[in-house]
Design a protein around this ligand. Structure first.
Ligand SMILES: Cc1cc2nc3c(=O)[nH]c(=O)nc-3n(C[C@H](O)[C@H](O)[C@H](O)COP(=O)(O)O)c2cc1C
Length: 221
């Protein structure tokens, strides 16, 4: 039989926080679910409503709470807002996507860090050495972990954008090596895709494409 895990003061505080939050919250209501899921669309154009740096920080601080394998947190983001950064972005976005991207208030370049395993001292302080050894002995694990967990965090990012009432326009029609050179030089971060966000202009949305029904994609076993 497994030995029960000893719980310290910090574990108990985390559990107390969950109890306290549960005592004052409810599941999202239908309007909130519409905002994030049912009416959430991929936008192709934007209103002039600006996005603030506070909103950008809020999105990151929501996204970062969601889970990754062993808390490896490989997502890195460049938020392109300035004219100077947009000048670098334009040439590495494929032509059909370029105009709509450069008109967005902000475009997030979502990259995944293939050196994520160098940060276990911060991210997994209670068993950093064990994790470092695991990746040193199994370097083949690095790319799949970076890709899986980076994509997960990018998805959490889009849900976080919608949860604060903004819209997303994700895109992978880009020159990824070009984007790596322009925005991630000197690092081991690899661009996954870009995501413009802001207040979407609903006149730029087309008919919604079908999704699978539950029975076509799922089985309860
Ligand atoms: C990772 C990713 C890459 C995408 N790349 C592009 C793209 O290059 N160009 C484009 O117009 N739309 C792109 N899209 C948008 C999708 O086509 C869109 O999300 C999908 O058709 C669902 O549309 P909806 O969210 O409006 O229902 C991309 C979406 C994702 C998540």
């Amino acid at each position: 039989m497994n030995k029960p895990v000893e719980k310290d003061e910090i574990d108990l505080k985390a559990q107390e926080f969950i109890r306290e939050v549960r005592s004052r919250t409810q599941p999202l209501d239908d309007n909130e679910l519409d905002l994030i899921f049912n009416s959430g669309r991929s936008f192709n154009g934007w209103t002039d409503e600006p996005v603030s740096k506070e909103q950008i920080r809020k999105i990151f601080n929501l996204m970062k709470q969601c889970p990754t394998s062993s808390n490896c947190c490989p997502l890195r983001i460049k938020f392109v807002m300035s004219d100077e950064a947009k000048e670098k972005l334009g040439p590495v976005v494929n032509e059909p996507n370029r105009v709509k991207t450069l008109k967005a208030p902000v475009t997030a370049i979502l990259g995944t860090d293939h050196d994520f395993h160098e940060h276990f001292k911060k991210l997994v302080p209670f068993r950093a050495e064990m994790m470092e050894k695991r990746f040193a002995e199994n370097p083949d694990m690095i790319v799949p972990w970076a890709n899986l967990n980076g994509a997960l965090q990018a998805a959490y990012f889009m849900m976080a954008v919608r949860s604060i009432g903004l819209d997303v326009g994700p895109m992978q029609g880009i020159n990824k090596p070009g984007m790596d050179g322009a925005f991630w030089a000197g690092t081991n971060v690899k661009t996954m895709f870009i995501c413009s966000f802001g207040r979407g202009d609903e006149t730029t949305v087309f008919k919604k494409l079908p999704r699978f029904d539950f029975d076509e994609a799922c089985e309860i076993v």
